[in-house]
Write a protein that binds this ligand. Sequence first.
Ligand code: AMP
Length: 600
Amino acid sequence: MEAEASNGNGNGNGCSNDHDIIRWFDTISTNVATVQRETLRQILELNRGVEYLKKWFGDKDLDIREMDACEMESLYTCLVPLVSHEDLEPFIQRIADGDTSPILTQHPITTLSLSSGTTEGRQKFIPFTRHSSKTTLQIFRLAAAYRSRVYPTRSKGRILEFIYSSKRFKTRGGLMAGTATTHYFASEEFRIKQEKTKLFTCSPHEVISNGDYKQTTYCHLLLGLFFQKEVECITSTFAYSIVQAFSSFEEQWEDICKDIKEGNVSSKITWPKMRKAVLDIIEPNPILASRIEAICEGLQGSDWFGLVPKLWPNAKYVYSIMTGSMQHYLKKLRHYCGSLPLVSAEYGSTESWIGVNLDPSLEPEKVTFAVMPTFSYFEFIPLYRQDQYSGSGSVDFIEDDPVPLSQVKVGQEYEIVLTTFTGLYRYRLGDVVEVSGFHNETPKLKFICRRKLLLVVNIDKNTEKDLQLVVEKGSQLLSKHRAELVDFTSHAKLTHQPGHYVIYWEIKGKVEERVLCECCREMDASFVDPGYVVSRRTNSIGPLELCIVERGTFKRILDYFIGNGAALSQFKTPRCTNDRTLLKILDLYTVKRFRSTAYG
Ligand code: AMP
C-alpha cells in the first residue's frame, strides 16, 4: 500500500501525476479499517521480536502475517499499554547512548529528532528514520496536488521559504540529533520535492543551515526579492516565522535594497559560507532596487499593509501552519498579505505526520486535516469535558477507552494515540482534536489544543484554546485604539495566596492605562470555566494580573529557546509557562501591571 508518490506533481499544469497521488489517497482513505490493520501489521512485522514488544507479548513468537487482522489488532491493543513519552524515555535514552540492540525497532536507529520543546518546556528525543522523510515528501506532494487545483502556479517558479535548520549534534552514542525539520531540509526528499513540484526554494542550503536565524532571515528576504518576479508562493513551517521575517523586513529594507542595487551582501552577514553562497547568486540590479525602494516608501505610510502582494506580485498564496497556537499570528499575517489567500498547512508532529489539508481555499480558522491512514496506526481516546465542579483540579477531561480510526464519531473530541514505523507503540501525543467530518472514510480533524492543562490554580481548568479566546476578546479593545497585540503568554502564580493568573502582553502602539485596565478586566471576566468563575467569586483565585512587557521581550524569549537548541522552523511561543528563566525575562521587562476589577 506504499504511495507511488514519486509520480505526483504539484505544479499547475494539470499534470496527470497530480491525479496519481490524489487517486492513491482516495484509495487509502476508502476502507480505512482494513488499511489501518494492514499498517499495524506492517509495523509489527517490521519490528518483530524487539525488546519493547517482547516485554508485552512475552516470548511467544507471534506469526503476525498469518494472524486474522481483527484478532491481531485486538491482541495488540489488549497487551500493549498506552504510554507517554516519559514511559519510553529510558528506551530512547539507551538508543541515544549507543545501544544498538533491537530495543524499539529492528533496524538500528541512527538519527534522533528533537521536538520543539516550546509547548512543554522540555525537548524530547524521538526516533527518526528514512520513513519519516518519505512520509514528509508524500504529504507535501499530496497537499501540493490539492493546492494546485485551486491555486495553479507556474512551472519552474520559486518559493520564498522562511525555513531554518538548527545545529545538528552527536549524542553520547554517536547518533545524529536535530529537529525533524532540520533532518528533512538536509534530506534527499527535500530536493526531490522541489523537482517534483517544479517549485524551487530561493535560498541555497548554506542559508537554510546557517543556524543564526537573524542572518538567515536577512538572506531569505534578500534572495526572495532578488527573485521577486519568479516567486509563486511564500511559506514557512509555522506562521510565526513569516510574521517574524516581515517585521524584521520593516527595519532592514533599506539595507536589502542597497544589497540588491550593488549585488552585494551586508556586512551583518558574517558566516563566510553563507556570504559566498548568496554572492554567487545575486547580481547588481539597480532598477529592481529602486522599484522596491519606492514600494517600501509607500508601504511605510500604511503600516506595511499588503506588503506581500505589493512586493511579490506573482505570489498566488501564503502557506504555513496557521492553526492551534499559530492562530494568534493570523491577524498580522492578514495585514501583511492583504487579499492574498492564506492556506493553512498540514498537521503533524515530530512523532508522525497526521493529516492533510484537502480544502486549501478554506479560511485557516475553518481548516480540517484528513488523516493519512498509511502513515501510522492511529487510535483515539474519547474525551469528555468535565461537568461543573465535578472533577479534581488536575483532571481536564474524562476519558473513555481508545477507539480505532474507523470508529471515530463526528463532533466528538479525542486525544490522538500513535503507533509509528519508528518504534513508538500506543504513544499518547497529547493533542486534542475534534472530528468534523470525513473524506471517504478517513476522518477530518479539527485541531483543538494541546492536551496538557495550561492554567490551574485550584479547581479551575483552562486550556490553550480557552486562553486564546480570552486574549482575543481582551485585545479587541486594543484594535479600537490603533494598537496591536504582538505576542502573549501566561502563568498561574501560586507564590502568594490566593493564587491568580498572570497574562503577559507585548503590544505595539500607545495605549492609555485606562484602556489596558479595561482589557485586564475583560479577560478576567471572559474565562467561562465554571471552576474559575466560582473561585473568582469566592476569591479563592485572586484578580487576574495583566503585565505589559517592553517591545522586543518576546524576541528575547525566542533567543532564549534558540540558544537552548530549538529551531526557528519549529518554534511556538509557549502560551503558559512555569520556566524560571522565562518568568525572569518576563518580569524583568514588565513595564506596567494591572489587576482586574471584575468580580469586584
Ligand atoms: P513538534 O513536537 O515540535 O514537532 O510540534 C508538534 C506539535 O505542533 C503538534 O503535536 C501540535 O500540537 C502542533 N501542530 C503541528 N501541526 C499543527 C497544525 N497544523 N495545527 C495546529 N497545531 C499543529
